[in-house]
Design a binder for this molecule. Structure first.
Ligand code: AOF
Ligand code: ZN
Length: 391
């Protein structure tokens, strides 16, 4: 990769980030096509729902301009789906001369097969991740596709947790629901962030107490509202009498899935389904609760989610943290204090040791700010997982 290749690949990667939250169960891919003279003739990214693929979009825009040209793509082009439908086929048809691939695709149907098929077709292929795994572009691509990689290799989504607390780490006051903590700027950011997640998960307690909407309320972007998942071990949603939940308001735009514990009566499950939600019955652990390992499997392997944001409440946070099941933290903080008399901590449990995190990003809006953190070993674990596929 020369300097220009790097610039173009960065553009493809930036373009790909648009798809986070809306392309699942597929990865979000970006593709840039340059013509014989090096000018950009087409750009594409995986579209909502995961199709069409990025390469097809970019080649469509490039038309005849792709012939003899170069393609930069953030993920190995697919070679599955028969002979005619794949991106490899489209690239060969278009007559491109060279393809630069940022990451190999871990999907069992691809795994190097895409690159091989291109080479067999006479195309020059450069595999960036094989040359330099510490390259910034490779690292950023791994992070961008982290949820997809975890889904395909561990059968679970990337699990993020969002909290909003005071400066002294309190998320609310005992006995007083819905105390507003962060300011408008932070609020708006939550909506933006939601749009980049496939699903938002909350516990039944939060639904009952706050009656949240959990949508993405950015103008023109409400279609990005993620699927909502409610942990409702007892099936309480099926016992509501006549009350309407705001969550149920626009089920035509986004779905609602309720995870209930085994043992909840069929009649109760039926009543939840009648309200327009789909229900999954979960095994319970020896201590009587749903385990995060099982929740991850259902969300990832069974439902195809690649990125899930957990938004409440305290009981859910506590179990998730106690079971070491958080990959990423979005910590919205406000410059205010509550004290420990009535202030509620985020984490009701605790570990014996200090649990460390790495800062990925900081932002601020005057009195409130955001720190995005990643579990200290996450990066290394993800790279390790990715590497194992290729040995
Ligand atoms: C590409 N370009 O933009 C994406 C790819 O369900 P399908 O048929 O769309 O295939 C999904 C698989 O295709 C997915 O697991 C991954 O291997 C690949 N995704 N491939 O060439 C793209 N999104
Ligand atoms: Zn494809």
């Amino acid at each position: 990769m020369d300097l220009r290749d790097k610039e173009v690949m960065r553009e493809a990667l930036d373009y790909a980030s648009w798809g986070l939250g809306v392309v699942w169960p597929n990865p979000s891919v970006g593709c840039v096509v340059r013509g014989v003279n090096g000018e950009i003739v087409g750009k594409g990214r995986t579209l909502s729902g995961g199709r069409p693929h990025a390469e097809k979009e970019a080649l469509r825009e490039a038309g005849e301009g792709a012939r003899g040209g170069e393609v930069s793509v953030t993920l190995e082009p697919c070679n599955h789906e028969g002979e005619s439908g794949s991106c490899v086929h489209a690239l060969l048809e278009a007559g491109v001369r060279r393809v630069v691939v940022l990451l190999g695709d871990v999907d069992v149907r691809v795994r190097g097969g895409g690159v091989e098929a291109l080479r067999r077709g006479g195309v020059e292929v450069e595999e960036v991740w094989k040359e330099d795994r510490s390259d910034d572009l490779v690292r950023d691509a791994l992070r961008l596709n982290g949820g997809y990689i975890l889904n395909r290799l561990e059968g679970r989504p990337l699990l993020s947790l969002k909290v909003a607390t005071t400066l002294d780490g309190k998320m609310g006051l005992r006995g007083r629901g819905g105390v507003k903590i962060t300011n408008e700027g932070a609020h708006e950011d939550v909506h933006r962030m939601r749009g980049c997640y496939d699903g938002i998960l909350v516990g039944w307690g939060t639904v009952k107490l706050d009656d949240p909407l959990l949508t993405c309320r950015i103008e023109g972007e409400s279609w990005r509202s993620p699927l909502v998942i409610v942990l409702d071990k007892e099936g309480s949603m099926g016992r509501l009498e006549g009350e309407e939940l705001r969550l149920m308001e626009d089920l035509s735009v986004r779905g609602l899935v309720v995870l209930v514990g085994e043992g909840v009566e069929d009649e109760v499950v039926r009543r939840i389904e009648e309200r327009g939600a789909s229900v999954r019955v979960m095994r319970l652990g020896i201590r009587g609760g749903m385990r995060w390992r099982d929740i991850g499997k259902v969300l990832g392997r069974e439902m195809g989610l690649t990125r899930v944001m957990v938004e409440g409440g305290r009981g859910v946070f506590t179990r998730m943290l106690n079971e070491s099941s958080v990959d990423r933290l979005y910590w919205y903080r406000d410059g205010s204090l509550m004290g420990s008399k009535d202030g509620l901590d985020v984490w009701g449990g605790g570990s014996d040791d200090v649990w460390r995190w790495k800062v990925l990003k900081r932002r601020d809006w005057g009195s409130s700010d955001l720190v995005v953190l990643e579990e200290e070993d996450f990066d290394e674990r993800l790279c390790g997982l990715y590497e194992e596929v290729w040995v």
